[in-house]
Design a protein around this ligand. Structure first.
Ligand code: UDP
Length: 340
């Protein structure tokens, strides 16, 4: 039988793509997800156990039943702007949730963990590109909760030998090149899917959040990295740790930055029509510029961001959206009452 890997948040955007990559690499993903921001339809490569990441008892039971060789931990809240309005939610799901996972893994003797951190741990970065040695000064409760997750994992490693790899994601985007999965958040806050929705709906307009940043065209610059490249990094990290190699916290980005206006122009080019734009105020918690130095992941894991050209990211995301638009396979969203 294929070795089992527990995937928390495996019904979500990055987690579901990681499950596909795991299955292709000969692992059997067992998803643990509360379906608060993911869909059951995205769970295709193994079973799902529905549960809250903070429910330590349920997690421990799932871990002891499935006997995973490792865990990939994606389950988290991810909206930086929301975190400034509801910080407690972020410390609870992200930090308390990670602690409950660490406890469950330890009680079953699972000692390999790959987990998701974020470029938001750097805050308003003084340089671009940003290496892992850059000072960590998160500007939002979201970024701080992720930094606390990194600390909790590092402490678990020091105190009882957990082996780990943490990835600081820059802007995860795109969709499965085979069209089996897509980004499907509700509400959607991310730039590229919002642009595609506006373009395909052919009504409404898009807001640019801030045009007075200290950047070449006044709009924020971000590093967009293809979700399937991120998924591949997780398989590489898993093999790296299972082979007994060193713990690692590494950036996952393409190393190239694009402004909001550049992304808009690229989406317009792909869909072949102009998108109505409004210039709006800055969104709380948005740094001016976040661009990765991805050399650590390249060097230690032999990772490459081979699909992360902006053109391919937008083309793959647009293809997934077109499938939704024509009503094919529209995923039904389940509501979890305690979350919304
Ligand atoms: N953005 C925007 N309009 C939108 C959504 C996002 O101008 O409707 C901007 C946002 O301010 C940021 C960039 O696009 O500078 C990327 O935002 P996203 O939410 O996709 O990712 P984040 O960088 O917050 O992780």
């Amino acid at each position: 039988a294929d070795p089992v890997v527990l995937v928390t948040g495996g019904a979500g955007f990055v987690g579901s793509h990681a499950c596909k990559a795991l299955a292709a690499a000969g692992y059997r993903p067992v998803v643990y997800d509360d379906l608060s921001n993911g869909t059951r339809d995205a769970v295709r490569w193994g079973p799902i156990e529905v549960g809250d990441i903070c429910d330590g008892q349920r997690l421990a039971e799932v871990v002891s039943r499935h006997r995973p060789v490792a865990a990939l931990h994606f389950a988290a809240r991810i909206d930086a702007a929301e975190s400034t309005r509801h910080p407690a939610r972020y410390y609870s799901t992200n930090v308390t949730g990670t602690r409950s996972l660490l406890q469950a893994l330890r009680s079953s003797g699972v000692d390999v963990l790959v987990f998701s951190s974020t470029a938001a741990v750097y805050g308003d970065a003084a340089t671009a590109p940003i290496s892992e040695a850059h000072p960590l000064r998160p500007a939002t409760p979201y970024g701080r909760s992720k930094l606390m997750m990194e600390d909790a994992v590092r402490e678990a490693s020091a105190s009882h030998g957990l082996r780990y790899c943490g990835f600081r994601f820059f802007n995860a985007a795109g969709a499965d090149p085979d069209g089996e999965l897509r980004e499907d958040h509700e509400p959607e806050t991310h730039l590229i899917p919002r642009l595609l929705r506006t373009a395909l709906a052919q009504h409404g307009s898009m807001s640019i959040y801030g045009t007075d940043y200290d950047t070449p065209d006044g709009t924020c610059v971000r590093d967009y990295v293809h979700v399937s490249d991120i998924a591949d990094a997780h398989v590489l990290a898993l093999r790296h740790l299972l082979a007994g190699k060193d713990d690692l916290i590494a950036n996952l980005g393409s190393g190239r930055g694009y402004s909001v206006r550049e992304v808009i122009a690229a989406v317009e080019e792909t869909v072949g029509r102009p998108i109505p734009i409004r210039e709006a105020a800055r969104r709380t918690g948005d740094p001016a510029m976040l661009v990765a130095d991805p050399t650590l992941a390249q060097r230690c894991l032999n990772w490459s961001s081979r699909r992360s050209s902006l053109e391919q990211i937008i083309a793959d995301a647009a293809r997934a959206f077109a499938a939704v638009d024509t009503g094919r396979e529209r995923p039904r969203r389940e509501r979890v009452s305690h979350r919304r």
